[in-house]
Design a protein around this ligand. Structure first.
Ligand code: GAL
Length: 421
């Protein structure tokens, strides 16, 4: 990450902001009449919403062609590296997926790579259409740097309804109840908790939710602000609880990605999974499951009333030549129609407060209501709580912990990484 930061600074210094026509042709996606959209939404459970948004944009702007430059890998595992290389080479995509919070601010705004979008917000009368907290997450020093397309929730646990019914399991509301249910399921030969940590963010996401449960929202935020140390006894307790949860996962977790692990719940081989609600898009659109019939959901025990928030946003990189076209795309993405085309398929809820809840399934409707009443905690695994530098190290520490299960080493690794936050 130090290297990445250095390369970003060098790239920022050498960026004249001008491109020759040759550059335009070679690099593509930048010339007027084209918009290149960079994301990690490919394939199962990920791409449906994006394609619906692109369709809407193409209907409204038939003169602008869209290049869908998506790079596979959940949570941006591969896309972020490709993006970093392009940004360093002064070859930014027209617009790219970036999480609100530190991923946007510490990686790209701090390197002076993004254009402020305050004028776009004013023109579209958006200031009171997005929740203030969300605008804060995409702002720095009074400037707004991206447009949120959605709000995902990171602290649901999805479960197979039939498996719960057949085994006489009630929805757990505390960690003790969760472990009692897990024991019962394990005795019945069912994997209690599905995990696919081929990409380690899935395990990091479980850990962040245990942290929120142990610390509560205020202290969770203090932890990531550096005001509470990682050797705080509640963080140690969270690590122990996280470790205990790992007693209940599928053996082949390290060879599965998030879709493969969610599939275990869909098929009934596993009972539960803690996954962001992109799993809803996957269950409903790809696997044809019915909400509250085939799969149900409950809040990660200990985080009731709290909302682990993840927001996918898109901004305007400095140095692109097709500024007007990008702004047209961002305008569609930030519109009620855009959000209501994208989110019902993606499993997320609209970032706008005035979208149409009737377009969403029961999970979406519940989540829209919960969002209004909940306290928000930004996701670590999805880039909002801490810098990419810290996240990379936290993912490594989690990955080692999943196999070694040494709490002291885990806490030490997090402490060592803390200065990078
Ligand atoms: C998150 C992203 C979601 C979803 C998920 C799995 O980081 O915010 O929209 O794509 O990764 O890939």
């Amino acid at each position: 990450m130090a290297l990445l930061a250095l390369m970003l600074v060098v790239a920022a210094c050498s960026n004249s902001g001008e491109k020759s026509d040759g550059d335009k042709k070679d690099k593509g996606g930048q010339a007027s009449g084209q918009v290149e959209i960079f994301s990690w939404w490919t394939g199962a459970g990920e791409e449906d919403g994006l394609l619906a948004l692109i369709d809407l944009f193409e209907d409204e702007h038939p003169d602008i062609s869209v290049e869908n430059a998506a790079v596979a890998g959940g949570a941006g595992t591969n896309a972020k590296a490709v993006l970093a290389t392009r940004m360093q080479g002064n070859d930014p995509p027209s617009t790219f997926q970036v999480h609100g919070g530190e991923e946007l601010n510490k990686s790209w705004v701090a390197a002076d790579k993004m254009e402020p979008l305050n004028d776009l917000y004013e023109e579209n009368d958006w200031m009171d259409k997005f929740p203030e907290d969300l605008i804060d997450l995409v702002s720095d020093d009074g400037n707004i740097y991206s447009v949120p397309v959605n709000i995902h929730r990171g602290n649901p646990i999805f479960y197979n309804k039939k498996v719960f019914e057949d085994n006489g399991i009630d929805v757990p509301t505390t960690m003790d109840e969760f472990f009692a249910a897990a024991d019962k399921l394990q005795e019945a030969g069912i994997t209690p908790l599905a995990l696919g940590d081929k990409e380690s963010w899935t395990a990091t996401q479980i850990f962040e939710n245990v942290l929120a449960a142990e610390l509560g929202v205020d202290d969770y935020n203090k932890l990531f602000a550096g005001d509470i140390a990682f050797d705080d006894e509640r963080v140690v307790k969270a690590a122990e609880t996280f470790g205990k949860m790992l007693d209940y996962i599928n053996e082949d977790h390290a060879s599965r990605n998030w879709q493969d692990s969610a599939q275990l719940v869909a098929s009934g081989d596993a009972a539960m999974i803690n996954m962001g609600d992109w799993a809803v898009g996957y269950f409903v659109n790809d696997l044809d499951l019915e909400t509250n019939v085939d799969y149900g959901y409950f809040t990660f025990p200990g985080t009731e009333g709290d909302f682990g928030v993840i927001t996918d946003t898109f901004g305007l990189p400095k140095g692109v030549d097709n500024v007007d076209d990008v702004k047209k795309f961002l305008t569609v993405l930030g519109s009620v129609e855009g959000q209501d085309a994208f989110n019902p398929l993606k499993g997320s809820i609209p970032a706008r407060v005035d979208a149409d809840p009737s377009k969403y399934n029961d999970y979406g409707k519940d989540t829209i209501e919960d969002f209004k009443e909940s306290r928000l905690y930004p996701s670590l695994a999805h880039g909002s709580a801490a810098s990419e530098g810290f996240l990379t190290k936290a993912n490594q520490a989690v990955n080692i912990f999943v196999t070694q299960r040494n709490v002291d080493n885990f806490i030490q690794a997090l402490q060592n990484a803390a200065p990078d936050m």
